[in-house]
Design a protein around this ligand. Sequence first.
Ligand code: FES
Length: 104
Amino acid sequence: MTKTPVAKVKEILPGTMKGFEIGPNKLLVANIDGQFFAMRSVCNHVGGPLEKGKLDGEVVTCPWHGSRWDVKTGKLVQFAKQLPPEPVYKVTVDGDQIFVETEG
Ligand code: FES
């Protein structure tokens, strides 16, 4: 596991998300009511950038074809076909710094 600092707490306000690249991993960090969650941001339909989608509560909508994902669990919430879950990553906060844990 690698723990990588990604942003300061005040840089991701409640109800917003930001995209990051950590090595080969593209992921988003979302602030849901003051708690941070990280999920892979490459939509596994055909690769849409989920960090550029819309965050509504804990659900992110892909900007390309509208699949909807739960950022807490990585599970598909709604789409015309079944898609496998997106990986989620552990997020920790130390002081004002947000860290994401990835493999490797
Ligand atoms: S790429 Fe995300 S729904 Fe198609």
